[in-house]
Design a protein around this ligand. Structure first.
Ligand SMILES: [Zn+2]
Length: 328
């Protein structure tokens, strides 16, 4: 998830699949936290994150990504434009050099190897959603033919859900409280559930991230992983890129690419949480978050391990599943 704070400042983050480590520190999975992650220094002759490994579970090797816009506000004209822009962002992200960082993990084969499915709109959703409430909305949308049923042994399809300003997430037992009046713990998260047809469904949830949401989470400090100086769209795309990178590399946390010794959270987005950068696609410049690159960590002995893009696809790491281009 996107935790709100850095590893130092966020004393007790929690999240889906969170668990106490042997050392007693709480692990967070899939959540974008409020504070920026701090860079760490590698031990001599080592990488910065030697514990970041592939744990043998599913990876989205041929990304086919859908977007879904939840809440009644998305039907307004300003929101329709915003939704169109976010769909374009998702398409551009899959076509960008951002994908060249993910190829090392067996996610696609670099720029242009992923495909955007389509956008859907779900106007009627509860104003306050738990994670299981989100499963219910996805399942009923599958039943209605609005959201596609994923394939068996899904290694391709994933959904990014964008919530409107009237839709909150409150699931304190999972550590996911987003855009509530108080007690927020996260700016985004990703998770999975098994559909009624028995297939694994992978999804990320991006709340509205309006000013009120930022202020009650981490205020105006520079340590916040997203900033009030950013536009709402920039906040959404930054968090969406964090969750996208994690969802495709670790769709069933923590069985994919994950560092169980990282006290903050350990997914590829968390290690670089809050490090904003931009990607360019045609005339569009989008704000994204940098992603942990094990390959660059290895190549630079820990000096440089957070990247938003590389000029060419990074070579697949030893033991990684084989990435393929999505057909069509
Ligand atoms: Zn995360």
């Amino acid at each position: 998830m996107t935790p709100k704070k850095s590893r130092q400042e966020d004393a007790e983050p929690s999240g889906p699949g969170s668990a106490k480590t042997a050392a007693g520190a709480r692990r967070v999975l899939g959540v974008v936290g409020a504070l920026k992650a701090a860079r760490i220094t590698a031990k001599p002759g080592q990488v910065a994150y030697p514990g970041f490994i592939y744990n043998g579970g599913p990876v989205i090797t041929a990304p086919l990504v859908y977007a879904s816009f939840w809440g009644a506000l998305w039907s307004g004209s300003g929101h329709q434009t915003a939704a169109q822009r976010l769909s374009q962002f998702t398409q551009d992200l899959l076509n960008s050099n951002f994908m060249n960082v993910l190829s090392q993990y067996g996610v696609g084969t670099g720029k242009g190897s992923g495909r955007f499915g389509k956008a859907s709109f779900v106007g009627t959703v509860p104003a306050q959603l738990s994670d299981s409430g989100i499963h219910n909305v996805i399942q009923s949308s599958i039943n209605a033919g609005v959201i596609p049923e994923p394939p068996k042994n899904n290694t391709s399809e994933a959904l990014i859900i964008f919530l409107d300003e009237n839709t909150e997430v409150k699931d304190p037992t999972l550590g996911v409280v987003m855009c509530e009046p108080s007690g927020d713990t996260a700016f985004g998260y990703h998770n999975t559930f098994t559909t009624a047809a028995g297939n694994p469904f992978y999804y990320a949830v991006i709340p509205s991230l309006n000013d009120a949401c930022i202020k009650n989470s981490c205020g105006t400090g520079s340590g916040c992983s997203i900033q009030l100086t950013e536009t709402q769209e920039q906040r959404r795309t930054q968090v969406a890129s964090h969750e996208f990178a994690e969802m495709v590399t670790d769709p069933n946390p923590p069985t994919g690419w994950y560092d169980q010794s990282d006290p903050n959270s350990g997914e590829c987005g968390d290690i670089c949480n809050g490090e904003a950068d931009t990607i360019t696609a045609g005339t569009n410049v989008w704000t994204v978050q940098r992603t942990y690159s094990k390959y660059d960590d290895q190549q630079t002995s820990g000096a440089n391990y957070c990247l938003s893009q590389t000029a060419s696809p990074e070579p697949r790491l030893a033991g990684a599943p084989a990435g393929v281009a999505t057909q069509g």
